[in-house]
Design a protein around this ligand. Structure first.
Ligand SMILES: [Zn+2]
Length: 430
């Protein structure tokens, strides 16, 4: 018998016995409307988590990310980090969940902050992304501690702000303060909703830029006296269609990105605006006749681990240079808005191995290894924290995230809590 086998008879029973507690915890978390933006109820949820974990002998810190984007007296960016030391020396396993949820949007048939339980599913904004995962990790850690009070190493659980808006008031801030220093934490599991039988190794890179073309304003009846910035941008779009998009479609990645359509380089036109601003909804008049002197476009380029970020930038610069060579008076600017490098944890790393083995034991199947098309807080843990042994693993169906009638299945939470608990045992006691 290996170290994992010795505890397996206990764990499933212990976590099954906590089913009602898991449901109640998830419901409590959903009922705190931690909407971001603007960043509601962060202190409330952090204090709730602090109280619960203090009672389980965790050392708890509430940390406000002063001065980060959106932080204000009305909407302070609060985070909670709880650490429970074991009896002996050893590694620290950290579960990191974001506490924020996105706006509810339209189309709900359930109360988005009701946390209603129906047919084995708990409904609400954030149920799957990712309060269900947070609740599962807490139940897993508590069950582990109760079974192995003399465990080695340490367990940390954090609830962090602002993941949905880049994580700067959350994990990025904590990483800068040393909370994800590899001397303090060795293994990180982020219980994002990636499905209970999948291990998410990382994510693609992101490059956002705003391009502006400039023209010259004139009367719309005599456009030849002006210079239309929208037509200049149209030429850029044309070059994207005929040159850049076909080139991106040829760049395939070995990263196991899901869905499969994202297993290549992609680019979204996030927004496009030229000419006069859209009138207010209550304005019923006509626009004035003008030639637009400015056009702006924001591009959202997602890149693969095989690409160099300088090449990603250069491709767009080359498009602009080509258009510039073809058109008279082509005047433009390009401004980088955001950049995140791709990250992918090695399959042979301890946390991947441990969670994979646990999935096999609990679900009786081999895990699927995936990479996220979009980014999540792993970027900060990797780049700022320099901590490489990090994955996303948690309950919930990824496709439900940010949708109306979002839910998390109770059985899925139970299964993933078992996987997390067994992984703790493997990483700390093996
Ligand atoms: Zn999330």
């Amino acid at each position: 018998m290996d170290a994992m086998d010795s505890g397996i008879a206990k764990f499933p029973d212990l976590i099954d016995a906590r089913r009602d507690e898991l449901i109640a915890l998830t419901q409590d978390l959903i009922r705190m409307p931690t909407l971001n933006p603007p960043g509601e109820a962060y202190l409330e949820i952090c204090e709730y988590l602090a109280k619960r974990l203090k009672a389980r002998k965790f050392h708890v810190e509430l940390i406000r990310a002063h001065g980060t984007p959106g932080d204000s007296a009305r909407y302070p960016r609060w985070n909670v980090v709880a650490r429970r030391e074991g009896k002996g020396p050893g590694a620290c396993v950290h579960f990191n969940s974001h506490i924020d949820v996105v706006e509810t949007g339209h189309g709900w048939t359930m109360d988005p902050f009701g946390g209603e339980l129906k047919d084995g599913k708990i409904y609400g904004r954030g149920a799957c992304d990712m309060k269900g995962g947070l609740a599962a990790s807490i139940i897993a850690a508590e069950a582990f501690i109760d079974s192995f009070p003399d465990f080695n190493g340490a367990i940390e659980i954090s609830g962090t702000a602002d993941e949905e808006t880049g994580g700067y008031g959350g994990v990025a801030y904590l990483a800068e303060k040393g909370y994800f220093n590899p001397s303090r934490v060795q293994h990180v599991i982020i219980p994002e909703p990636l499905n209970k039988d999948r291990v998410c190794l990382g994510h693609r890179g992101v490059w956002w830029a705003e391009i502006e073309t400039r023209g010259h304003i004139a009367h719309g009846s005599m456009p030849f006296l002006g210079d239309c910035a929208v037509r200049h941008m149209g030429a850029v779009l044309q070059e994207f269609e005929t040159g850049l998009y076909p080139a991106l479609a040829l760049k395939h990645t070995a990263m196991p990105v899901v869905p499969e359509g994202a297993r290549q380089s992609t680019m979204n036109i996030n927004s496009f605006h030229g000419g006069q601003a859209e009138p207010e909804a209550d304005f019923t008049g006509f626009p004035s006749a003008c030639v637009p002197d400015s056009c702006r476009m924001i591009i959202d380029r997602r890149y693969i681990i095989e690409e160099d970020p300088d090449d990603v930038r250069r491709e767009v610069a080359d498009v602009l240079a080509k258009v510039s060579a073809q058109r008279n008076d082509f005047s433009y600017d390009i401004r980088e808005m955001w950049h995140v490098t791709p990250t992918m944890t090695d399959k042979s790393s301890p946390v991947v191995q441990s969670v994979s083995k646990s999935i096999e034991k609990v679900l009786n199947k081999s895990p699927e290894y995936v990479v996220s098309p979009g980014t999540y807080d792993q970027k900060h843990i990797d780049r700022i924290g320099r901590l490489k042994d990090c994955i996303a693993y948690g309950p919930g169906i990824l496709d439900l995230a940010h949708q109306p009638d979002e839910y998390v299945g109770v059985d899925d939470m139970i299964d993933s809590a078992k996987v997390m608990a067994l992984s703790l045992q493997d990483l700390l006691n093996a």
